[in-house]
Write a protein that binds this ligand. Structure first.
Ligand code: TMP
Ligand code: MG
Length: 212
């Protein structure tokens, strides 16, 4: 019999909800507790495609809206062989943003349907758990202002939040809503418990395909 596989765990949520901090700490905590775990983030800005995306986000280059959506998707697909290899070798992956960011952000632009936005990401490794770090716009604002990247305006973020709500209605995915207004330690404790549960649940299951 093949060995146990790792779990694919995704963190999503609004800006300032603490995704990156929690992703990093979740990896550390899982390791401390004896699991093999690694972190990833999307966009992965270090690849050739990632550099184009980064330059777009920093407003240094203008890329057509459909094109940049497809680049974000390609930036995930280029990591898939490595992701599958790691999952199959028993490593749990904690991913900071995934296809849900892709759909929520692009479909917040004029004239983009959710259906069109999802299509390029169909068939990606399906997350076993999606932790949505939920924070009100007021609480997010209290944590400090936005940065200077292209989507970092409050009007746009309100639209993005609505799209996330729609994506979370999909019951074929394992969404967990996490109250991100708790202390960093309390959030970590909650998501560590959920993650350890899923690591155990999926260890003998095949890796699924997203949105198929
Ligand atoms: P970051 O701040 O987490 O590095 O994300 C960069 C920005 O890219 C953020 O505003 C969300 C956006 N984004 C997309 O528009 N599409 C995607 O597929 C992903 C992963 C992120
Ligand atoms: Mg950002």
């Amino acid at each position: 019999m093949a060995g146990r596989r790792g779990a694919l765990i995704v963190l999503e949520g609004a800006d300032r909800a603490g995704k990156s901090t929690q992703a990093r700490r979740l990896v550390e905590r899982l390791r401390q507790r004896g699991h093999r775990a690694d972190g990833m983030r999307f966009p992965e800005r270090t690849t050739e495609i990632g550099k184009l995306i980064s330059s777009y986000l920093e407003k240094k280059s203008n890329i057509e809206d459909h094109t940049v959506h497809l680049l974000f998707s390609a930036n995930r697909w280029e990591q898939v062989p490595m992701m599958k290899e790691m999952l199959r070798s028993g490593v749990t992956l904690v991913v900071d943003r995934y296809a849900f960011s892709g759909v929520a952000f692009t479909s917040s632009k004029e004239n983009f349907s959710m259906k069109w936005c999802k299509q390029p990401d169909e068939g990606l490794p399906k997350p076993d758990l999606i932790l949505f770090l939920n924070l009100s716009p007021e609480a997010a604002a209290a944590r400090g202002g936005f940065g200077n990247e292209i989507y970092e305006t409050s009007d746009f973020q309100v639209k993005v939040q609505k799209r996330y709500q729609e994506l979370m209605e999909d019951k074929s995915l394992n969404w967990k809503l996490v109250d991100a207004s708790q202390t960093v330690d309390d959030v970590l404790k909650e998501i560590t418990g959920m993650s350890e549960g899923i690591i155990e649940d999926v260890k003998d299951q095949p890796i699924g395909k997203l949105w198929t």
